[in-house]
Design a protein. Structure first.
Length: 257
């Protein structure tokens, strides 16, 4: 485990050439190989080349989720996410909903490059901790969250959190549980319950793809007898694809319904 203090890192400018994506394929491959190496080029080729065979794609490309997200993290992933207005709308909507519960501290498991944390910080002046198992995502988060106070980032796994029981008033996952196979997903949910004092909030879509397993998180809490305060799909403006079933839920893990 390593802590990253966002207040002590220098900021760097994130530049993007709008013509880059229109360059010939061979040139883009050569540039990717020079800047990111053969492993990245292989990863991207497999992600695109196996699109018609999701089961095979899961076995080859997503066999190791941590390696997958470490390779994907960085400039390309940031630009992909920031280029989708629905993703930004969802982050803001989630932050607005969480602010209604007035938590006095927040942990985000699988914080990535910090998109959701920034939206939360703009609305809620409380300590926020983010943890992610991808070094490349956290490296980007240091820059993205530079200048924001009382935010602390940790390298670690959601299924083995380095925090004491009931450490945080609210624990959040956003597109994290759905990316893990059943045994690991269950451990993450149990860790959420363990470290939360009052609330657990989840943005976890229900569809299944090569890297999504599609869990009904609200149903999991209800099956355990926990109180679910809200559960339902996101507004249309927060969904990039209307056909993808979405779910946002907030539960009180320590209170029965």
């Amino acid at each position: 485990m390593s802590a990253i203090d966002t207040e002590t890192n220098d900021s760097r400018t994130i530049d993007h050439d709008p013509n880059r994506d229109r360059d010939p394929l061979a040139e883009r491959v050569w540039r990717a190989w020079k800047t990111k190496g053969s492993r990245y080029v292989w990863h991207k080729a497999m992600r695109r080349g196996l699109a018609r065979w999701p089961a095979l794609k899961r076995k080859i490309v997503y066999a190791d989720p941590r390696a997958y997200w470490t390779i994907r993290g960085g400039d390309d992933y940031f630009l992909e996410q920031e280029g989708q207005p629905a993703r930004t709308a969802r982050a803001h909507w989630i932050a607005d909903r969480i602010a209604e519960y007035r938590p006095d501290s927040i942990l985000e498991i699988g914080c990535g490059y910090g998109k959701q944390i920034r939206a939360l910080r703009d609305r809620i002046p409380v300590p926020i901790v983010g943890i992610d198992f991808s070094p490349s995502q956290l490296e980007f988060a240091r820059d993205y969250l530079h200048g924001y106070e009382d935010i602390h980032l940790f390298l670690g796994s959601g299924d083995r959190l380095p925090f004491a029981d009931r450490s945080f008033d609210l624990v959040l996952t956003s597109a994290v549980i759905l990316h893990n196979p059943p045994a690991i997903a269950e451990r993450i949910r149990l860790e959420v319950v363990r470290v939360s004092r009052r609330f657990a909030a989840h943005n976890e879509d229900l569809d299944q793809t090569y890297n999504r397993y599609g869990y009904d998180t609200a149903a999991w809490y209800r099956d355990r007898g926990a109180r679910v305060l809200e559960a339902g799909p996101f507004p249309a403006a927060c969904s990039a694809e209307a056909s993808v079933p979405t779910q946002f839920c907030v539960a009180e893990p320590w209170r029965s319904h």
